[in-house]
Design a protein around this ligand. Structure first.
Ligand SMILES: [Zn+2]
Length: 316
């Protein structure tokens, strides 16, 4: 082989080696670029999701702004954050001191197989049909706090106010009831056990930010009429403190577990600093009975027709 050919071949090999290196570098660069893009996408998704702490903080800050911009209906005159409702008042809202229906729901969803109390379940389709019927018939869902502000503090309510209350803290209340109500721009009232509910603090905070009122339903859901005074106080004061600490909000109202109460229990509920309490006594909630607020029970299979009958039977 002549030296000229040999040196040309050597140059050629060197060119090929360099091109290969360049190609590898480009490929590596692409791969690294893709990794960076993927990492950025993940960061963006985290940041824009409600699960991100920053999103939580921003939403909380927004909630504060909303409450501040609506002093008449969102806050007590004494300045305490008494929770805000999901619906913003408009010109159609007027002073209102008359009775208000409070609907009582438990599990939203369809039971799989045998469940202990099937009557406590309401299918999400039935629930949606009820909400649609309420909207079509001029009702607006408000929170109990908004009702109390109208009853006692000169606040206003929409022409046909109604409270949708949900007991205990079942997952379906978060998974199904919240989005169905949200589509109407509405929110419910969650009567939450401080311990042992299906819902995490994070889920309850999301409900609060969606406008829901969070009320106490004790710590462990006992029959309050059977407790000694110290245990009674623990369930009433302890649940309020625990929920307020967990959620960072003021708990205003109370709901008697299984509707059980007597004069001693009412006195303890007042002493614990609650503004009102819901029962399972049928009828409309009345301004004159703040610690014995009637509710209208919704049972399994209740569609719009039954809801209409029950509202009418209660005098709504
Ligand atoms: Zn309960």
């Amino acid at each position: 082989m002549d030296r000229g050919l040999e040196s040309r071949l050597a140059r050629r090999r060197e060119q090929i080696r360099r091109r290969t290196i360049v190609r590898r570098r480009i490929m590596l660069g692409c791969f690294a670029g893709a990794l960076v893009a993927a990492a950025l996408a993940l960061l963006f998704l985290r940041g824009s999701s409600d699960d991100g702490d920053k999103a939580d903080q921003a939403a909380t800050a927004n909630a504060g702004k909303q409450a501040q911009s609506r002093p008449a209906d969102g806050q007590n005159p004494d300045g305490a954050d008494s929770q805000r409702g999901g619906v913003h008042p408009d010109d159609s809202w007027k002073p209102h001191t008359g009775p208000v229906p409070i609907l009582m729901y438990h599990v939203i969803g369809d039971p799989e197989g045998d469940v202990p109390y099937p009557d406590l379940w309401l299918g999400q389709d039935d629930f949606k049909a009820q909400v649609d019927w309420l909207a079509e018939n001029g009702y607006t869902a408000v929170t109990l706090v908004q009702v109390q502000n109208a009853w006692y503090d000169g606040g206003t309510l929409p022409p046909k106010p109604i409270v949708l209350s949900f007991d205990d803290g079942y997952l379906g209340q978060y998974l199904y009831a919240m989005p169905i109500l949200e589509k109407q721009g509405w929110a419910g009232q969650l009567n939450l056990k401080a311990e042992g509910s299906d819902l995490s603090s994070k889920e309850v905070k999301k409900m609060y930010r969606a406008g829901w009122e969070i009320a106490s339903h004790t710590i462990t859901h006992p029959d309050l009429t059977t407790l000694d005074p110290a245990s009674l106080e623990h369930e009433l004061v302890g649940s309020k403190q625990q929920l307020e600490k967990d959620l960072g909000i003021e708990i205003v109202n109370f709901c008697y577990p299984a509707g059980q109460y007597n004069d001693e229990v009412i006195a303890a509920v007042k002493k614990a600093g609650y503004r009102g309490a819901t029962t399972v006594n049928p009828g409309l909630a009345e301004k004159s009975m703040p610690f014995e607020l009637n509710r209208i029970r919704m049972d399994r299979g209740d569609g719009p027709d039954t809801l209409a009958e029950k509202l009418s039977a209660a005098g709504a």
